[in-house]
Design a protein around this ligand. Structure first.
Ligand code: PLP
Length: 399
C-alpha cells in the first residue's frame, strides 16, 4: 500500500488504546499528578522524548496523541501545543529571541502578534521591524546582524496578499550563509493558520517552524482555543519545548478531545469552505460599490500567481474593499444588515462571519486603497443562502 492521503492518515492515525478496548476516538486522560511506580521511575522518566509521563503539564496520552496528529497534518516531526494561537505565536518569539535580538514581521501579519512584539518583546530589549512580505528585496534590506527571527504569513491577515515564501526563505538562507561562524542563525517561522496543513506544506516551502491557531480549522467548531508549534528540526523543537515547559503552558484534555474530533473532518470542511468562499468572492467583485475583492484564488488578487504555484486550495476568507466614495457608516450599515454572516472574530467554524477593518490604521508601510474594507469568513451554510444574505444587505451601501 502506498502513502495514503491526509484525510485517511488522520482518521486511521495510530494510538495506543487500553488493553481490549479500541474505539474510534482515543481516550481522554486528565492529570496534573501522574503516579510513578517507584523512585527509580520518578528520577528517570523523561517526558521530553515522550518515553514516559511525569506531570500533566509535560503531556498526557491525550495531548501526545493530538501532537502527533498535528505533526502529521503539517508534515513535520515535532509538535508542541499551546492554549491559544496567540500563545503559540508568542512562544515561538520567546523560544528564539533574547535581549538585543531583532525580529522581522510582515506588515500585513496577524495584529495581536505585532502587539506582542510592541508591548512585551520591546520591554525585554528585543526590537522588531516590519517588512513588505510582497517584496523579498525589502526583507533583504531589513536583515541586520541582530536579526534572529523572521515571521511569514501566507496570505497576510485581513488583506490576503499571498507572499512568495520560498523567495523570502532564500533571502534568509543567504543572510545565514553570510554570517560569521559564532553568530546565531536566523530562524524562519510561518503562521500557517490559513493553510492549516491542507493548502500547502509549510516545510516544503522551506520554513523552519510552522505555527497554527488550532482554534480555526483543526477545531472547526468555534468553541475551542488552542495553538501549535511544529518543527522538523530536533534542535529547534528542543528550544520550543523547553521554553514551553518553563512558561508552564498547558491545554485541557477536553479541549484536546474536541480538536482530535475536529481533525477527522478538517479536509472536508476546508474544501467545502474553499468552494463557498471562492464562489462568493467571485460574485461579490461584480457588485456595485465593491472596488476590489481580495482572495488569493482570484486573478488580480495580490500574489495570485504565487498562490497558484505553491498552494492547492484556499481557506474560507475573502475581503472586499469598497468604493472610496462610500462612507464608513454605510459599510457599517451593510454589516449590520447581514443576517447569516454574523459579526465576530475568528473563522473556520460553522457560522459565516464578517468584520469591518480600518486597514491604514493597522499598517506601518501604507495601504493603497482609500475605501473601507470588510473581511468575510465563509462558514458551512449553503452557498446560495449566503449569497442571498449578501445581496439583501448590499443596497445599504447606496441608500
Ligand atoms: C486566529 C489567529 C491567530 C490566533 O489564534 P487564537 O487562538 O485566537 O489566539 C493567529 N494567527 C492567525 C493568522 C489567526 O487567524
Amino acid at each position: 500500500m502506498g502513502k495514503e492521503k491526509l484525510s485517511t492518515q488522520l482518521i486511521h492515525h495510530p494510538y495506543k488504546p487500553p488493553e481490549g478496548f479500541e474505539a474510534v476516538a482515543p481516550g481522554v486522560h486528565k492529570a496534573s499528578t501522574v503516579i510513578f511506580p517507584n523512585v527509580h521511575a520518578l528520577r528517570t522518566y523523561d517526558w521530553k522524548d515522550k518515553s514516559g509521563y511525569t506531570y500533566g503539564l509535560h503531556g498526557t496520552p491525550t495531548t501526545f496523541t493530538l501532537e502527533e496528529r498535528i505533526a502529521t497534518l503539517e508534515g513535520g516531526r515535532f509538535c508542541v501545543l499551546a492554549p491559544s494561537g496567540l500563545s503559540a505565536l508568542a512562544l515561538v518569539d520567546m523560544a528564539f529571541l533574547r535581549s538585543g535580538d531583532e525580529l522581522l514581521v510582515p506588515d500585513n501579519a496577524y495584529g495581536p502578534g505585532k502587539a506582542f512584539a510592541a508591548g512585551e518583546l520591546a520591554a525585554w530589549g528585543i526590537t522588531h521591524r516590519f517588512y513588505d512580505a510582497m517584496n523579498p528585496a525589502d526583507l533583504a534590506a531589513k536583515i541586520t546582524p541582530a536579526t534572529r527571527l523572521v515571521w511569514f504569513e501566507a496570505p497576510g491577515s485581513i488583506t490576503l496578499e499571498f507572499p512568495d515564501v520560498p523567495a523570502l526563505v532564500a533571502v534568509v538562507k543567504a543572510a545565514n550563509r553570510a554570517r560569521a561562524g559564532g553568530d546565531r542563525a536566523i530562524v524562519t517561522a510561518l503562521d500557517n493558520t490559513w493553510g492549516a496543513g491542507i493548502a500547502f506544506s509549510a516545510f516544503d516551502l522551506g520554513v523552519d517552524v510552522s505555527m497554527q491557531a488550532l482554534t480555526k480549522y483543526p477545531s472547526g467548531g468555534a468553541d475551542v482555543l488552542m495553538g501549535s508549534v511544529v518543527t522538523r528540526d530536533e534542535a529547534l523543537h528542543r528550544d520550543v519545548l523547553l521554553c514551553h515547559m518553563r512558561l508552564g503552558l498547558g491545554v485541557s484534555a477536553n479541549d484536546a478531545e474536541l480538536v482530535l474530533r475536529g481533525l477527522q473532518t478538517i479536509e472536508l470542511r476546508y474544501h467545502q469552505q474553499d468552494a463557498t468562499a471562492r464562489e462568493l468572492a467571485t460574485w461579490l467583485q461584480t457588485q456595485p460599490g465593491v472596488a476590489r475583492v481580495f482572495h488569493p484564488a482570484l486573478p488580480g488578487s495580490p500574489g495570485h500567481a504565487t498562490w497558484q504555484r505553491d498552494a492547492s486550495a484556499a481557506a474560507c476568507l475573502f475581503s472586499a474593499a469598497f468604493d472610496a466614495s462610500i462612507p464608513q457608516e454605510r459599510i457599517d450599515a451593510f454589516c449590520d444588515g447581514l443576517r447569516r454572516f454574523r459579526l465576530g472574530w475568528s473563522w473556520a467554524g460553522p457560522v459565516s462571519l464578517c468584520a469591518p477593518y480600518n486597514v491604514p490604521g493597522i499598517r506601518t508601510l501604507g495601504w493603497p486603497h482609500a475605501g473601507g474594507l470588510v473581511r468575510f469568513a465563509a462558514g458551512l451554510e449553503d452557498v446560495e443562502d449566503l449569497r442571498a444574505d449578501l445581496a439583501q444587505a448590499l443596497p445599504r451601501l447606496h441608500p
